[in-house]
Design a protein around this ligand. Structure first.
Ligand SMILES: [Zn+2]
Length: 214
């Protein structure tokens, strides 16, 4: 294999897993596992799948799910902060939960809230829940997330983490064709070290990163 890792510039990767539909490669530098870029869906196919997601602010189960990131974030930020929910999807809910607690939250989503103006500001916190695994160009999108966070501010992520090849082979998470970038603890530790962040793993799929002050 000689293709560039979509997250870091490394050209070294190994075949991590193969199933009926796709091959998955692992970068040996940042440990990102990524689906073969040749098997990506078109934007139209992608959007059609997201529109079937029935996440809504009226769904208590969805609120409980999001609370896994909301609670630890609220415990770390002062009152009345300015945030951005990046990848809010068709039924923004996390933003309402944080606004109920006195914060203000702008919305961005390439399909459902394509408001590029909000990407020109910087924020006390940026949330990105169940979105980073959809990133086709995670290196570029990671850079964008970092630029949106003020020094001392927080990046609050939710994504399920890769454990090992054996667990991956049985993992339903990889079967969603819109999931293309699979992060692990090692990947977040690599990024935190490279980019000047403190990383805190909260539970299995919640990652809080704080941008260091100069
Ligand atoms: Zn890499």
């Amino acid at each position: 294999m000689s293709q560039k890792c979509p997250l870091c510039p490394s050209m070294t990767q190994t075949l991590f897993h193969q199933d009926k539909r796709r091959c998955y490669f692992r970068c040996e530098h940042c440990y990102l596992v990524f689906a073969d870029p040749a098997t990506r869906l078109s934007p139209e196919q992608e959007k059609a799948i997201y529109q079937q997601h029935e996440n809504s602010p009226h769904d208590e189960g969805y609120r409980t799910f999001l609370n896994r990131v909301v609670e630890p974030l609220l415990a770390r930020i002062p009152p009345a902060q300015q945030g951005l929910d990046f990848g809010c999807g068709p039924g923004p809910t996390l933003s309402l939960m944080l606004e109920d607690k006195g914060h203000s939250v702008a919305l961005y989503d390439p399909f459902f809230a394509p408001n590029d103006a909000v990407l020109k500001s910087v924020y006390d916190f940026v949330t990105c829940t169940e979105a980073i695994e959809h990133f086709y160009c995670p290196g570029k999108e990671w850079g964008q997330l970092l630029r949106l966070v003020k020094p001392g501010g927080w990046l609050a992520l939710m994504t399920k983490l890769v454990k090992d090849a054996d667990a991956f082979s049985r993992w339903h998470y990889k079967n969603d064709p819109t999931h293309v970038s699979f992060f692990s603890r090692e990947t977040f530790c690599f990024l935190a070290d490279r980019d000047g962040l403190d990383v805190d793993f909260v539970g299995n799929d919640v990652i809080l990163l704080r941008k260091k002050t100069a």
